[in-house]
Design a protein around this ligand. Structure first.
Ligand code: PLP
Length: 455
């Protein structure tokens, strides 16, 4: 949790997956969300927190969400459900992990008498979730890099209007992939990393993925698991959310299919179709949180496809960085296709799906959610998901987070939830920096500990 990225540049994964029996999964049906969350995450926590301590943090985290079910399901038609993951403070699914992560960090650091500098890169929603989770926490300084002019106004304002001395929004002149590369460069500078005790809260941090496993169990058991298998449609960018679903499957949840949705930036769809990961340029789309080419968590799936052979994965990824491409064997592709499938939805289709869903069901969905719904309906229509298997499509963000895209589809702007109704009037605070490592590391050094950390 505290380290984020391993020192050799690799990502951490659990050594083994905990496994729940059908009997244990059946018992989850009657649990509250915090109870379920405690049971699912407990095996990963070890003795870092006592049972009581951990349960208290989990309860406090989800008590701050604005729906009593925390992650409620809404039925769109006979076999299609939306799981609403926008009931946290920044109205996107990132809160489900980040709100807990902020508390876990603070608890451990305070106990050790240490501080960390959290540096994150965001394509939109991670940044506000991280800032909201870190604000005013005594043991943390938080710096968030986002691509200048490439996030929605609501997303930007959620980051730049938080008035807390320990959080800083940096608009980098570049794309999201440039932000991710910058983050890697800062972490690979061991002297800088150690001096400021850098830590990551991007989904490269395993502790970000862990709390997301919970809502897959929550939805599946509500719809009949383990006695009925389910399928999930997961709009994907960094492959973090859908990797949590994969973890749930490894932990015993009967998931029949994982639908990985992309927008026009369809590198994952192309991979699951042909077995080649091939980078092309990043194009802005209506679903900016998925405007990504290099999905950092894909490395974790690759590790399993290579039968957990770390050096082999490192070779593949080195080649990928050098050439922008790699291809897995036919056998590996077929193994991946047993569970995963990709589907790309362009902006025109996204707009059509928002409009049609609204007409058909009176639900207003955001453009990321629309990518998942489109995928779910296409898979059902093509007969790839059998009729008795419910499809749960993840509603990743509240539609008010992307008002322009929604207005273009349905002719009106969805209102922001009450707690952020005045967002567009709040004063902003951000710094625009060149895509240059010295500029970014200099800014961080100057501003840690409220400016007291300059070396
Ligand atoms: C972060 C995000 C995604 C992509 O999730 P990954 O875990 O990066 O695959 C999709 N939609 C929304 C609204 C997001 O905030």
């Amino acid at each position: 949790m505290l380290t984020g990225l391993a020192r050799d540049g690799g990502l951490y994964v659990p050594e083994t997956w905990p496994h729940f029996s059908d009997h244990e999964i059946r018992a989850m049906r009657s649990m509250s969300y915090p109870e379920l969350a405690t049971v699912i995450m407990r095996p990963f926590i070890g003795d870092t927190f006592t049972e009581h301590e951990f349960r208290e943090m989990v309860e406090e985290t989800y008590a701050g969400f604005d729906h009593p079910a925390v992650a409620p399901l809404r039925q769109l038609d006979g076999g299609l459900w939306l799981m609403e993951l926008f009931h946290g403070p920044t109205i996107a699914f990132k809160d489900y992990a980040m709100q807990l992560l902020g508390r876990m960090f603070d608890k451990v650091l305070t106990r050790r008498g240490e501080r960390v500098t959290i540096v994150g890169a965001t394509s939109g929603d991670t940044g506000s979730a991280a800032i909201e989770a870190c604000r005013d926490r005594a043991a943390i300084d938080c710096f968030i890099l986002f691509p200048n002019d490439r996030v929605s106004e609501v997303q930007r304002r959620q980051m730049t209007t938080v008035q807390a001395d320990n959080v800083h929004s940096i608009a980098l002149e570049g794309t999201f992939d440039d932000c991710q590369d910058m983050l890697k460069a800062l972490f690979n500078d061991m002297e800088f990393r150690d001096r400021h005790n850098l830590s990551a809260v991007n989904s490269i941090n395993w502790a970000r993925l862990m709390p997301q496993i919970v809502y897959y169990f929550w939805a599946a058991t509500a719809l009949g698991a383990p006695d009925r298998p389910v399928a999930f449609a997961v709009p994907s960018g960094n492959f973090g959310n859908v990797f949590s679903a994969y973890a749930a499957k490894n932990m015993g949840l009967p998931i029949e299919r994982l639908m990985v949705g992309s927008n026009r930036n369809d590198i994952l769809t192309r991979f699951f179709t042909g077995g080649t990961m091939q980078v092309t340029g990043v194009e802005p789309s209506l679903s900016p949180s998925m405007d990504i080419q290099v999905s950092s968590n894909f490395e974790r799936l690759l590790f399993d496809l290579y039968d957990r052979d770390g050096p082999a994965v490192a070779d593949v990824l080195t080649k990928f960085r050098e050439t922008g491409s790699f291809t897995v064997s036919q056998g590996m592709l077929e193994r991946a296709q047993e569970l995963f499938e990709g589907h790309a939805t362009d902006d025109t289709e996204t707009t059509r799906v928002i409009a049609e869903t609204w007409k058909r069901t009176a639900e207003i969905i955001d453009p990321h959610t629309a990518v998942g719904v489109d995928h779910a309906m296409a898979a059902r229509a093509a007969g790839r998901i059998a009729a008795p298997v419910p499809i749960i499509s993840l509603a990743c963000a509240h539609p008010a987070k992307f008002p322009d895209a929604v207005e273009a589809a349905i002719g009106s702007r969805p209102p922001l939830p009450k707690h952020m109704a005045d967002l567009l009037e709040r004063p902003e605070r951000m710094t625009v920096l060149a895509n240059d490592k010295a500029a970014v590391s200099g800014f961080i050094a100057e501003h840690v500990a409220g400016g007291k950390g300059a070396a």
